[in-house]
Design a protein around this ligand. Structure first.
Ligand SMILES: Nc1nc2c(ncn2[C@@H]2O[C@H](COP(=O)(O)OP(=O)(O)O)[C@@H](O)[C@H]2O)c(=O)[nH]1
Ligand SMILES: [Mg+2]
Length: 444
């Protein structure tokens, strides 16, 4: 960690401005070989970039002395004109002056190693950069601010407290430790397990925020599923045809529904498999798989044809496991057929566009309900964090079950602590660290 790393921190391509960032204990010594500037901590200054005295660019430089910098080491940022040529020329001068090209995520990795960020916060940096909707950005920002880390630290502190008492009873078995019998200990461990599990359960929402909600559009052949997908995303994405069974494979398109990212999945129409050919049957199989994996089902009914028994079983299948179902009563431009009276749905015509925005609103409401962040509470966005919390809860359960045997209980409590430590990084393996930071872009 004693070398100076350097990278272009802005995206490739022309822009008004571009930034070259350097970090390392000797950053000023390296910079002195190719930049002339009266550096003062955290103050922007003109910085003349030169190649052996020949001027190359007049940049704006800022020097952030460690440890109060992004990485915790001395950091220097040079803001130049956003020319890809110029930026790589400056980077080359930095390397010639003794810096080394940074690997992806290396600045943030150093911040983590220097204790500027814990692992959950470092992961939030990458999540924030990749955020495409308000919900994702908020989830990432809160994680970066330490909301999840604080909740995990709080759990850890209390488990450590319990462990200290258990260990004290092991070290001094002759001393009676009153008011802390096995029942009290078991109850305390169970309570902590419950809290860890509650936090893990917020991943349901967190996952929606990060990856988007999966919305499967299902219905009978020719109901207008592909037409509705096109209408919802506002362009001709899926093939629409009179001929039933046109859509054979599932097709995905993302949409931003009032700040919540949604992945809309157009599917092959569901009908009696005995009447379908081999390709269509495979399509139907994929439709069922997509439905099973979706967070919300959008069932499209053609309201110009009579409601039939298969429609009823389709609605039931869509709602399996308590999945929210939104019904679109499509082809509202055609005369209404019979049997639809008890069905609550959004009247829509994919053909004329009537009702499409109302349908989008209904979807957005539903996603906001399932995907929105609980205000002011910590929540889990990453699967890695959820699994660690669940494993920690399981270890706490085991501790509760053997609360009368201090030695065994201590083993399980330590395991619960180690699992939580993986979230913030204290007990994360080298492998996990490498994997996480390799997903970053260079310059971050
Ligand atoms: N009149 C009318 N026709 C529609 C509407 N939506 C779709 N269609 C027609 O119904 C047929 C089947 O549409 P498509 O989107 O391919 O249905 P899918 O099989 O469910 O994907 C096509 O001829 C569409 O033009 C609508 O709202 N009104
Ligand atoms: Mg289709």
């Amino acid at each position: 960690m004693n070398d100076v790393i350097a990278a272009i921190a802005t995206p490739a391509g022309e822009g008004a401005l571009g930034i070259v960032r350097l970090s390392g204990p000797d950053v000023l010594a390296v910079a002195a070989r190719f930049v002339r500037a009266p550096w003062q901590p955290r103050l922007a200054t003109l910085a003349l970039v030169h190649d052996e005295g020949r001027p190359v660019e007049r940049a704006v430089g800022v020097y952030f002395p460690g440890p109060d910098s992004y990485t915790g080491d001395d950091v220097l940022e040079l803001t130049a004109h956003g020319s890809p040529y110029l930026l790589s020329r400056i980077l080359e001068l930095a390397v010639r002056s003794g810096a080394r090209l940074a690997s992806p995520g290396e600045f943030t990795h150093r911040a983590y190693l220097n204790g500027r960020l814990d692992l959950a916060q470092a992961e939030a940096v990458s999540l924030l950069i990749r955020a495409r909707t308000e919900t994702t950005a908020r989830a990432a920002f809160e994680q970066l601010e330490g909301r999840l880390s604080n909740a995990v630290e709080d759990l850890r502190r209390r488990i450590t407290g319990g462990l200290a008492i258990v260990e004290a009873s092991l070290d001094h078995p002759e001393e009676d430790l009153p008011a802390f019998g096995p029942e009290t200990a078991a109850a305390a461990a169970s309570r902590l397990a419950e809290e860890a599990r509650r936090l893990a359960a917020t991943h349901r929402r967190g996952r929606l925020a990060a990856d988007g909600a999966r919305v499967s559009i299902v219905g009978r052949p020719n109901a207008g599923k592909s037409s509705l997908l096109n209408a919802l995303v506002g362009r001709d994405r899926a093939i629409v045809a009179d001929e039933p069974g046109t859509t054979r494979d599932t097709l995905e398109e993302t949409a931003d529904l009032r700040g919540v990212r949604a992945v809309l999945v157009d599917t092959a129409g569901l009908r009696d498999e005995a009447e379908a050919g081999a390709v269509e049957r495979e399509g139907i199989r994929r439709t069922r798989a997509s439905l099973a994996a979706s967070d919300v089902a959008l069932v499209v009914l053609d309201r110009s044809v009579d409601f039939q028994e298969p429609d009823r079983s389709l609605l039931e299948e869509a709602a399996a496991g308590g999945r929210p179902v939104i019904v679109a009563l499509n082809k509202a431009d055609l005369p209404r057929a019979s049997g639809l009276d008890g069905i609550e749905g959004v009247q829509v015509s994919a053909l004329t566009g009537d009702g499409v925005s109302r349908l989008a609103e209904r979807l957005a409401d539903e996603l906001a309900r399932t995907g929105a962040a609980p205000e002011g509470e910590p929540w889990v966005v990453s699967l890695r964090h959820r699994l660690a919390l669940e494993e920690s809860a399981a270890a706490l359960d085991r501790a509760a079950a053997v609360a009368g045997e201090a030695e065994l209980a201590a083993v399980h409590l330590r395991e619960a602590l180690a699992k939580l430590g993986e979230i913030v990084g204290d007990t994360a393996t080298e492998e996990v660290l490498r994997e996480l930071f390799s997903r970053f872009c260079v310059g971050k």
